[in-house]
Design a protein. Structure first.
Length: 365
């Protein structure tokens, strides 16, 4: 899958440190605005315990997890929509992403400079929201001008498009993002080439200090209240803690560190899974002696298109899919036992793949 999440936020909120925890790419972080100029792209392994459980049963030669792309986008500032602070470049980088991970500073530390002089995550969120909304309004105004005359003379399709553009414009002018606009799925399809920045799904990551890593703090509660009408997840994560965890060499060391803090797993693992869900992705598996592997598909993908993720020839010559539910595989311990129990399903071209399906494709090219 070529889908990717972009990490955004004001300068010095912990974006690049978080990115470094997520991937092997090491951005040169510095304690001043615009420390990241070009976006850094990392391919991130998606943690999935199901893959390990299947591997224990199959005992393959290798295990291959699925991945997503994470992009560390330089810190936005006021005026970005008008080109301030390399704004046009930053906004262009956001446009190329499919979803947004918005990092908010929710900790006090006099040694870390805040670009606006004080810690206020709701204000920080609004600064970025406003810049993205202004850019979207600029996009809409140009589009509206293109279809206005056609709509005025009664062209039905142009009138439909014009009305949807106006809905978005009015909503954005109230200071709200396009993702919460009263637009139904049919209308979204009609203006599918609009690609508004604030229409992208978003995950809010509250970067907290060590003391707040388990239960959050007042800043986190303010963020939750501010985003209550956005249908967006708020994740609490201590970026400094994650950097310490990432520096440890062994699984046992990391587990001991987490236990001491009262955490059940690293925050970045939760964040990666949340980003995966945000992109509306799901996983199916193939399991054999040579390899147990996770494959990424979009929700609602049918069997032939799922097969194409492995190789395009699988879709072209698709005959059928042999499907085992993940729970059935764990219950019966092997493909042969599942088959003997009558739990292996034979599915055709219209089968919609379920998250966790273990699949084998039959094809002829």
């Amino acid at each position: 899958m070529a889908l990717k999440c972009g990490i955004v936020g004001l300068p010095n909120v912990g974006k690049s440190t978080l990115f470094n925890c997520l991937s092997n790419a090491k951005a040169q972080a510095a304690n001043f605005p615009f420390c990241t100029i070009e976006p850094n792209v990392g391919t991130i392994t998606v943690p999935d315990e199901r893959l390990n459980e299947l591997a224990e049963l199959v005992n393959p030669e290798r295990i291959m997890p699925t991945t997503i792309e994470i992009v560390d986008i330089a810190g936005l500032v006021k005026g970005a929509s008008k080109g301030e602070g390399l704004g046009n470049k930053f906004l262009g980088n956001i446009r190329e992403c499919d979803a947004i991970i918005h990092v908010l500073r929710c900790f006090d530390d006099g040694n870390v400079v805040h670009v606006d002089g004080s810690v206020d995550p709701v204000r920080d969120k609004e600064v970025i929201d406003m810049e993205l909304q202004l850019k979207d309004l600029d996009t809409l105004e140009k589009r509206i001008e293109k279809v206005r005359k056609q709509a005025q003379v009664g062209e039905k399709e142009a009138k439909k498009v014009f009305d949807i553009y106006e809905k978005y414009r009015i909503h954005l002018e109230t200071g709200k993002s396009a993702r919460s606009a009263p637009i139904d799925e049919k209308e979204r399809e009609i203006v599918g080439d609009l690609f508004l920045l604030t229409d992208k799904p978003v995950l809010y990551v509250c970067n907290v200090d060590e003391a707040s890593a388990v239960n959050g703090n007042e800043y986190v509660e303010l963020v939750k209240t501010a985003v209550a009408d956005e249908d967006a997840e708020v994740l609490v994560l201590g970026v400094g803690i994650e950097a310490d965890i990432a520096s440890l060499d062994t699984f046992d060391e990391r587990k001991m560190f987490l236990d001491d803090l009262g955490l059940d797993e690293a925050g970045v693992s939760k964040m990666i899974r949340s980003a995966y869900d945000l992109l509306k992705l799901q996983t199916y598996f193939t399991a054999g002696e040579k390899e147990v592997r996770a494959w990424t598909i979009e929700e609602g993908t049918k069997a032939p298109q799922a097969a194409a993720v492995i190789h395009t020839d699988f879709e072209k010559g698709f005959i059928r899919a042999e499907v085992i539910g993940y729970d059935d595989y764990l219950t019966f311990k092997s493909e042969a036992a599942v088959r003997d129990a009558g739990k292996l399903k034979i599915e055709g071209k219209e089968y919609v793949v379920h998250d966790g399906d273990v699949m084998h494709f039959r094809f002829n090219v």
